[in-house]
Write a protein that binds this ligand. Sequence first.
Ligand code: ACM
Length: 602
Amino acid sequence: MQFDARIDGKLIRCRITSDRDLKAPAFCFSCMVPVDVVEGGKRLSATGGHAEVALPDLKAGQPHDVILRHENPEFTPANRAWLPLGANLRMQDGSLALPPLPDGVRQAPRDSAAADWPRVCPQPTRAMAAAGHLVATSFAAPEIDPLSAADDLATRVGLGPFLSGDGAPLALEKDTSLPPEAYRLRLTPEGAQLGYADRAGALHGAVTLLTLARAHDGRIPCGLIEDAPRFGWRGQHLDCARHFYSVDTILRLLDLMALLKLNRFHWHFADDEAVRLDLDSLPELGRTHFRGEGELIPGVFGGGIRSGGGYSRADVTRILDRAADLGIEVMPEIEVPAHALALARVYPGTRDPEETGTERSVQGYAANVMNPAMKESWRVWHAMVDEIAGLFPFDVIHLGCDELPEGTWQGSPAARRLMADEGLDTTDDLQGWTINRLARRVAEHGKTPAAWEEAARGKTGIENGAILFSWTGQGPGLEAARAGYKVVMTPAQHVYLDMAHTADPEDWGANWAAVIALQDTVAWDPVPGDDPALADNIIGVQGTFWSEFTTRDAQIEAMLMPRLLGVATMAWQDRGSADPALLPRLAAAYQPILAAMGWQSA
Ligand code: ACM
């Protein structure tokens, strides 16, 4: 006599196989909650979750199926404990055909990571396990966008193919009732069904399926996944000014981001050391691309004798095309008025010749700030905004505006005259006035300006239409959100991935903000206290990577991973759902994926 039961969505499928003929036995069992019989018998009686079900005659060796469903459809069966317990068959003479079947016991997970079902980061909003596995490494579905984009991604990173004619069936189901970026994935032993409302949702669902297939080694636990992001802005920043990363490295980062459902790439290509974009309107920028002996900037930050590079228009197009395919928007950053040593050197007219100030930047640079009282500064800034607005399709342009050295412009007679004319008293006032004026230029292109948190300072500060990036911690972001700004949280103590993982002197990375272990990346809440007044204005979470100590592209790999899992978790998952203890296990589950990518993880 064999008895087997499994969960199939809302149904409980039981199969009874008797080893002898039985005349219309009663199937007696108990479930967690009251059940109805959908098929295979007739309920005779019920007491709570206990039921007796009349079966037809059973033939020796012929399986008979009984399908049950909870009376209350709100109570979806969640795991094996919800299957019939204490099941037996009672004959018409009252004898039991079966000794009571042993109740289920919690089986040890297949391995230590099995309890991490589903092995995907970020963890889905809802995941209801069902019995059985979908055995699949690829899927049969129409080769249409965005499934083809997921297939290209899989192939590129060594996880492919995602689509193949002889793969498990994958059915697409457009469901306009789903919110933006949401998806629903139904996994049964027979195949997968993907519900989505928009391209992003379909791509996220495909990425989840691809990830599950690899992380569960081709044996995907069945169930239902319903998933949607908490934040629309889920970003990663890369400082390509301190270190020049090849286009291929940036494309690889975009691939990794897409695997983690991150959808904003903050491209920091300008800083004190270089402005790496080729712009037709400012051809002299090419002189900043290399640093070292005889260059505008010496070999700071491991630059050595000569190092660097620039991004051509063709490079930008490659990056934008790949990002678009992966559903990632690219936000360019024009880093002004400070952190602009290279710009100030290549365009000396952006500094007041009468300047007497002796202030230094945190990196120790003198004269790294452009002067808003100089016409030349505005020519350069406007040219950058105008050309970049045309080059990048995303409707947000980041202007920079961090770490203006204290006392800046006080030693410039031209700046002091400007301050007097505009009724400005302090350096912060002049910074706010400057960045706001430049923000208006961005707005004239129909785009939204963004800036680091300092842009809110001063008498006016940047106007409220701007997005601010809170980096010294969450405090400035909370203050900005209360003042009406949209805010992206990138607190250095948790998501500056250039910080060292540990305090071990043999480790690698910065530590001025913190030492950031994997678990620290989720030990915060982007909207503390779930304050509804803030929730509307805090639009996202972003990881940041500065490159002061990077001399080879590959060095970012073990800095970003596995901690990018934490960034993705905070950016996607619902409040309070991040489980620090799960992160290391997810990191282990991602090892085969990273190994396939050739991406090193710490
Ligand atoms: C920053 O880390 N200076 C934005």
